[in-house]
Design a protein around this ligand. Structure first.
Ligand SMILES: [Zn+2]
Length: 429
């Protein structure tokens, strides 16, 4: 059975940004006619917040859930963010009043099927307040509440959504109870806004532009994937097609660019990202050898050329089942797999054709051990996940004829201290 995206999204819950926001993909704001990324100034840290008593009472785990969600961000290396609880009070309301609050709401988001929303206010691009509202339907659900709150805290800090399926800033929430965790993409995004010391010296910098048949491409997702297949960091191109990623750990990277054509689309982002004309293009890898990145060095003038035209191939869902099984619960969120296991892995979406479409996992820890099989609009095969498979998220590359497409962060290899076996795959909002 292959569910449609519509039904999957209806079953999921979307985490929204709203208000005078704009959204490292950054939230932005209009300042003197220009869109600028918003951020807290250094002297705002630790950011003080108050929590509503009713929310704390309703949260399974109480105030400790908030502490862990904030802790996911404060423990990110190379970044300088901190928070301070200013107390738990009854009757707190969201709204501009120069104090940041986390509150519970009953009815606000029913129409939008959202389960949480963050509003930020800024003056000239400097954030002065951010309020997080949690819908009552979330605290009574099987969605991963700590992870959803960590996602909202990312917005509070000025981050917009990420197209990496395994990232905390991916706009759909999973079910489950895992401790909130950041992906490499989240850690580097936050370090790019609030670097601890000199980020250019703490890592390498990748700069370049994305051009298509008719000029620069706006809001294309640029991905730097290391030689273990991990999508280490992503960024969206600006209106000039340019991108910059600082704080890249030493390593060897390939760069590719993919369109925001689902699961994440520009409509999932704040208004600034919806302004440009998003032209269709095929996922494209930069030509030439992988780039050896060393801290303190800038790798500039990287040019990714994309091919336009009709793009039929568009994988949107994955499924993981026991080896040889063809019974998949297809979702648009990252699936967690265990090292030392054999799984049946499926990819579904548009433009997948029998005997023509194939896929690989961009990680040396994965080895295909069966032929490809086809059913409906999906292709599947058995994969061995090596006992020493690199821990972290991985990329699936799908090929069909001359077309290539990626599902960035579609798989997450479980580590010793990483997500537990209880992670439930689901749709993330
Ligand atoms: Zn969100």
């Amino acid at each position: 059975m292959v569910p449609t995206l519509r039904s999957l999204l209806a079953a999921g819950a979307i985490l929204l940004t709203a208000g005078p926001l704009a959204a490292a993909t950054r939230l932005t704001s209009h300042v003197n006619g220009a869109l600028v990324p918003v951020e807290w100034k250094a002297s705002s840290f630790p950011i003080a917040y108050k929590a509503d008593q009713r929310l704390i009472a309703a949260l399974p785990g109480g105030a400790a859930v908030l502490d862990r969600a904030f802790g996911a961000w404060t423990s990110a290396p190379n970044s300088n963010v901190s928070f301070r609880s200013a107390g738990i009070e009854p009757g707190l309301r969201a709204g501009k009043d120069n104090q940041s609050v986390i509150t519970l709401t009953d009815e606000l988001f029913n129409d939008q099927k959202a389960i949480a929303i963050t509003t930020t206010w800024d003056e000239g691009g400097i954030i002065t307040e951010a309020d997080i509202q949690i819908d009552a339907s979330l605290v009574n659900s099987t969605y991963n509440i700590p992870q959803a709150i960590a996602h909202e805290i990312g917005h509070m800090l000025g981050l917009d959504h990420s197209g990496v399926l395994s990232a905390a800033m991916y706009p759909y929430v999973t079910r489950g109870t895992d401790a909130p965790a950041l992906d490499s993409d989240d850690r580097i995004a936050i370090a790019n806004i609030y670097p601890k010391g000199n980020l250019t010296m703490a890592g390498g910098t990748l700069q370049g532009r994305v051009v298509g048949d008719s000029g620069p491409i706006f809001a294309a997702q640029v991905v730097a994937v290391n030689d273990e297949g991990e999508p280490v960091a992503t960024v969206l191109t600006d209106a000039s097609g340019e991108f910059s990623l600082a704080g890249m750990p030493d390593g060897t990277y390939r760069i590719y660019v993919e369109p925001l054509d689902g699961p994440v689309e520009t409509r999932n982002l704040s208004p600034a990202w919806r302004q440009g004309v998003v032209s269709a293009f095929a996922t494209s890898f930069i030509e030439g050898n992988p780039i050896h990145v060393e801290s303190g060095r800038v790798y500039g003038n990287l040019v990714v050329r994309t091919r336009g035209g009709a793009v039929e191939l568009n994988p949107r869902w994955i499924g993981v089942a026991a080896a040889n099984s063809a019974e998949f619960a297809l979702t648009s969120t990252a699936a967690t797999v265990k090292p030392g296991s054999t799984i049946s892995l499926a990819v579904a979406g548009d433009g997948i054709f029998s005997a023509m479409t194939t896929f690989e996992v961009l990680s040396p820890g994965f080895r295909r051990v069966s032929d490809y099989r086809y059913a409906g609009n999906y292709v599947y095969a058995n994969y061995e996940v090596g006992s020493t498979a690199p821990v972290g998220s991985a990329v699936i590359v799908v090929s069909s004829g001359t077309q290539t497409a990626t599902l960035t962060g579609a798989l997450r290899v479980q580590g010793g201290s990483g997500p537990g076996p209880g992670r439930v795959r689901g749709v993330r909002g």
